[in-house]
Design a protein around this ligand. Structure first.
Ligand code: F58
Length: 833
């Protein structure tokens, strides 16, 4: 509050236009921003103008918290978490900040008074698609929890100008179009051109002795790129903490190369600018191996170097010496994409701070921790040695030195074990030479974690086995979690209000409190309310489906949903086999008793992943036939929701009855969609894979539809010689489903279109769809029957939500804080004390 000077005699207290939260002040501030920031007046303002004016109004109410949080971090000498991730998928910010500030009602009223609709303005925001899938979304959930739990932290990443491509469907096929998320302006970020770091690339090194006789290394780069940070506030839920997500943009060091310009070579002069800015132009969309992509390596190094230079600069400003660096900074590597942080911090400490190697290495190891997100060997990053050396000539020397010292230790520990030396080396020399990023990350970190119990166990037994045997104390599990703020409060207000009416709102920050609703699992009134809420969410999803696909669905049918990246190991095509099996049953006997179902798919395929794109094609082909066939009588509907995103997810999870989590056991590291569905009252049909196992443990086996081989059985079956053709021959339903696809029935008689997919299954079936098919069908039949009994189903749904406490990202972050980072919360005081 401040005194209104214009009415000084009466000393009336009025709210500040930038911080006040009454309806009147918000109303005034929004119109003010429309006028002064957008330079628009109501008669000509677009919906986007109103969105931007509102976003600025909300941002103003965050800034105080944001600045105080930064001041506190700097002044109070507490340990700070730095989360390094090449990807973030935060979803739209506006509604999240509004609920975090507890301003929903006054903002709603203020917007109403202006004659606008808050939901429509929220919808207007284009989300930053700065990630591919689960890994990027996890980073965003963790940033949310860090802020809500008042942990001083900084997220570092890349400000891609073009995020993940948009997916359009043309004639049943995925077509990629460029994302342009910044085109209407981004009100959340603040560019800080005064903070800039220079990143060297390419060139060579020179070794020399300085005037003190010390051996030094000079890196003479081929080029230098400037990194400029863009800061985005990450507010916590109903706390003063507001952390920073700092994303780096690459720019040319100088606007022009004046030598080239003076020679009249204007285009040559601009070339360098273009080349530099290319570094952060676009997110790599591939789920495929990225080895060989120079620009990708440059991107990784660019953001890592900017971030570490930034940290080192802050350290040098606010700490007396570098000896305690690891007591001030905890750096978490989100997969191996930022693993070049290990040699980079060595370079900064040894080459630039002139620290002794051993001392620097000790600090680096104590600072860094590494999270692994995949067991798929083809997804483990390795860089061709020559490429790596070309881009990072100094880092390859540092890696050699680390490797030599490390392999000496391995040799001492396991004398004569050459196989082990070769497997553990940071350099793969078994054929073409590569730098192995996972090995580097293990060696340079004090902690290595997987993202679900099974995943961590498998890491220890398979891809990282040698490292586990040598340093078991480094290995630990941190089961993933998701934020209940975005995935319950924000996306499912109906369910959240119903829960809060019964047990209060403490669950929003302590998800284990959801247990309180168990008591109402059989309460007829509560059950009825629960079904009403679910039906409304299904209606909202049905509206979205109609808008995006033109397909009308029956909200009383069972909504059976699989949304995630399209990948063979995730087995979207197993769900298709179920659909075709049901279709075949109806074709044989149109009167067959079946539970009406709406099958909903969503997810992007990597542009270069042929088989994933063919799966999308197949889903559309099946949908076209099944949705039109009069024999089906609308009992089955198949829908593909295009361009799946965080925003669409928020509409999908609340509307699901059944969540499909059907990866081949041992392949999905954790999964996080499984958690989002279950928190919103969907029941899961799933394999014993990733976090499914822990979800089942929590909700109770009787409230989870499990099927399929275990990870162990998968390994055994493969070892004993799996023959998919045999399975096909011996199961009539399976054979008929496969034959129907192969025959061209779904592709206007074209029997070659799906041949690659069918042949893959018949002759390889790497992901064991045919082996799991009978058990999946049996399970789905039980699911259909259970759904017929709405009382039983609702009880199971309530119990699923009640028992999801473990899967809040707050729990995961608490474990990271206590067991890896050793950091503590510090509440932020707004009055500066
Ligand atoms: C995912 N990985 C895991 N990678 O597949 C999923 O099980 C897990 O729940 C999630 O991480 C969070 O731990 C994932 O999303 C990527 O998107 C990579 C991005 C870079 C290229 C290779 C894929």
């Amino acid at each position: 509050m401040k005194k209104d000077s214009s009415r000084c005699e009466s000393t009336v207290l009025v709210e500040d236009d930038r911080t006040g939260t009454s309806i009147e002040t918000l109303h005034r501030a929004i119109l003010d921003n429309l006028f002064y920031i957008q330079a628009k007046f109501p008669e000509v303002a677009t919906q986007n103008d109103y969105y931007l004016a509102l976003a600025r109004t909300i941002r103003d109410r965050i800034v105080h918290r944001w600045i105080r949080s930064l001041e506190t971090i700097i002044s109070s000498k507490v340990k700070i978490v730095c989360y390094l991730s090449a990807e973030y998928l935060p979803g739209p910010h506006l509604a999240n900040h509004i609920i975090n500030l507890d301003l929903y009602t006054p903002v709603h009223r203020a917007i109403e008074a202006i004659g606008q609709d808050l939901e429509a303005l929220i919808e207007q925001e284009e989300e930053p698609g700065l990630g591919n899938g689960g890994l990027g979304r996890l980073a965003a959930c963790y940033m949310d929890s860090l802020a809500t739990m008042e942990i001083p932290s900084l997220g570092f990443g890349i400000r891609y100008e073009h995020g993940i491509f948009h997916q359009e469907i043309r004639n049943g096929e995925q077509v990629e179009t460029t994302d342009n998320w910044l085109h209407l302006g981004n009100p959340w970020e603040i560019r800080r051109p005064e903070v800039q770091f220079y990143v060297k690339l390419g060139g060579h090194t020179e070794h020399y002795h300085d005037s003190d006789g010390r051996l030094r290394v000079r890196w003479i780069p081929h080029r230098i790129v400037k990194g400029v940070p863009y800061d985005t506030p990450i507010s916590g839920y109903k706390v003063n903490t507001c952390n920073t997500l700092r994303l780096w943009k690459a720019e040319a060091c100088e606007g022009f190369d004046f030598t080239a310009f003076n020679k009249g070579d204007y285009y040559g002069a601009v070339d360098e600018k273009v080349a530099s800015e290319n570094l952060t132009k676009v997110l790599y969309p591939n789920d495929e191996p990225v080895a060989g992509k120079r620009l990708r390596l440059e991107q990784q190094y660019f953001f890592v170097s900017c971030s570490l230079q930034n940290i080192v600069y802050l350290h040098s400003r606010f700490s007396a010496s570098f000896d305690n660096f690891h007591d001030v900074w905890a750096v978490q590597l989100n997969d191996t994409h930022p693993a070049v942080a290990i040699p980079e911090l060595m370079r900064l400490l040894v080459d630039e701070q002139l620290m002794e190697w051993e001392k620097a290495w000790n600090i680096v190891q104590k600072t860094m921790a590494y999270t692994n997100h995949t067991l798929l060997p083809e997804a483990l990053e390795k860089w061709p040695l020559q490429l790596f050396a070309d881009v990072l000539p100094r880092h390859i020397e540092i890696i050699y030195e680390i490797n030599q010292r490390f392999l000496d230790q391995v040799g001492l520990r396991y004398p004569g074990d050459d196989g082990r030396l070769s497997r553990m080396s940071l350099i793969d020399e078994t054929g073409d030479k590569y730098v192995r990023m996972a090995n580097l990350a293990c060696v340079g970190s004090h902690a290595v974690n997987g993202v679900a119990e099974l995943h961590t166990e498998l890491l220890k037994q398979t891809v990282l086995r040698d490292f586990y045997e040598m340093t078991p104390e480094k290995f630990n599990n941190k089961t993933n979690g998701v934020t209940p703020r975005r995935f319950m409060v924000l996306s499912n207000p109906g369910l959240s209000d119903l829960i809060t009416e019964r047990i209060g709102d403490a669950w929003i920050k302590d998800l284990s409190a959801l247990r309180g609703i168990e008591a109402f699992a059989d309460d007829a009134k509560f059950q009825e309310e629960w079904r009403r809420v679910k039906r409304l969410a299904k209606q909202r999803l049905a509206d979205l489906i109609l808008e995006k696909t033109g397909i009308r669905v029956n909200v009383d049918s069972l909504f059976d949903i699989q949304v995630k990246r399209i990948h063979e190991y995730k087995r979207q095509h197993l769900m298709v086999l179920h659909i075709v099996t049901l279709y075949n049953r109806l074709k044989k006997n149109p009167e067959a008793e079946i539970t009406p179902r709406t099958f909903i798919f969503g997810g992007k395929a990597a542009p270069g992943y042929f088989m994933a794109k063919l799966i999308i094609r197949l889903i559309h082909a099946v949908a076209d036939v099944v949705n039109q066939d009069p024999d089906v009588r609308d009992r089955l509907k198949v829908v593909f929701l295009p361009d799946f995103s965080v925003k669409i997810g928020q509409r999908v999870y609340p509307g699901a009855d059944l969540s499909e989590q059907i990866s081949t056991a041992g392949k999905e590291a954790s999964g996080t969609g499984n958690m989002k569905f279950s928190m919103n009252g969907a029941l899961t049909v799933g394999t014993l894979d990733g976090a499914n196992i822990e979800i089942r443990e929590e909700v109770g086996a009787e409230n989870f539809f499990h099927f399929g081989l275990t990870a162990e059985q998968v390994t055994e079956l493969k070892a004993s010689g799996y023959n998919p053709m045999e399975r096909y021959q011996s199961n009539l339903q399976l054979k008929e489903a496969v034959d129907r696809i192969a025959s061209g029935f779904f592709s206007q008689g074209n029997n070659t279109l799906f041949k690659p997919l069918v042949d893959r299954l018949l002759y390889h079936d790497e992901y064991l769809l045919f082996a799991d098919y009978p058990s999946y069908m049996g399970c789905q039949d039980r699911i259909g029957q259970t759904y017929e009994n709405q009382k039983v189903w609702t009880r199971m749904s309530i119990l699923n939500v009640a028992r999801m406490g473990k899967f809040s990202s707050d729990r995961s972050i608490m474990e990271y804080c206590n067991e890896i980072w050793n950091v503590k919360a510090i509440p932020i005081n707004l009055d500066g004390s």
